[in-house]
Design a protein around this ligand. Structure first.
Ligand code: IMP
Ligand code: MG
Length: 176
């Protein structure tokens, strides 16, 4: 089945350069701090985390969690649900949440609060994309890829009804 190609919002080249910059920044800031646990939020993070993790020059571990924030129809449900539990005990560890996108910021905020209760040594957030609305929230993004307008984006791991995740660029689709 052929899928229509969504228009480009952020090119593959731009993403690559920005991820390299983020990796340099993260590597520099955690240099000498010991192991960093990269905690990916599935499924949208999978390509971002794969690229970022391979560019880091510090020792890392990788774990994943699954959250449900939106249904397959791309309509916000409000609630955030922790679907898969961590396999790693994060207490006393340096943890970096790796997330594809912050829209309302609800997911990130809920996740940060849940993880803080597990007493990590440090907890920071690395988010590839941020929509404008998210800026109204108190949630802190320590490493940000790009600010984007309020459109539904796909590609580089992100989906619309589970499609377009494998696109090399970030494209926009009309979510109707
Ligand atoms: P928030 O809780 O409103 O910040 O939504 C965060 C989650 O919704 C993200 O982790 C994504 O999984 C999903 N999401 C929000 N906006 C988009 C989008 O434009 N494309 C794909 N997924 C999105
Ligand atoms: Mg996500």
């Amino acid at each position: 089945m052929k899928q229509e190609e969504p228009p480009v919002l952020i090119s593959e080249e731009k993403i690559r350069r920005r991820v390299e910059e983020l990796a340099r920044q993260v590597s520099a800031e955690y240099e000498g701090a010991g192991e960093l646990l990269l905690l990916g939020v599935l499924r949208g993070c999978f390509i971002f985390l794969a690229d970022l993790s391979r560019l880091l020059t510090i020792p890392t571990r990788v774990d994943f969690i699954t959250l449900a924030a939106y249904g397959p129809d791309a309509a916000p449900s409000g609630a955030v649900r922790l679907v898969t539990d961590l396999r790693t005990d994060i207490s006393g560890k340096h943890v970096l949440i790796v997330e594809d996108i912050a829209d309302t910021g609800n997911t990130l905020e809920a996740l940060v609060n849940t993880l803080l209760a597990m007493k990590p040594a440090t907890l920071k957030t690395c988010v590839l994309l941020r929509k404008k609305e998210c800026m109204k929230k108190e949630v802190r993004i320590d490493y940000l890829g790009f600010d984007i307008p309020d459109v539904w984006v796909v590609g580089y791991g992100l989906d619309y009804a589970d499609r377009h995740r494998a696109l090399h660029y970030i494209g926009s689709v009309k979510a109707d």
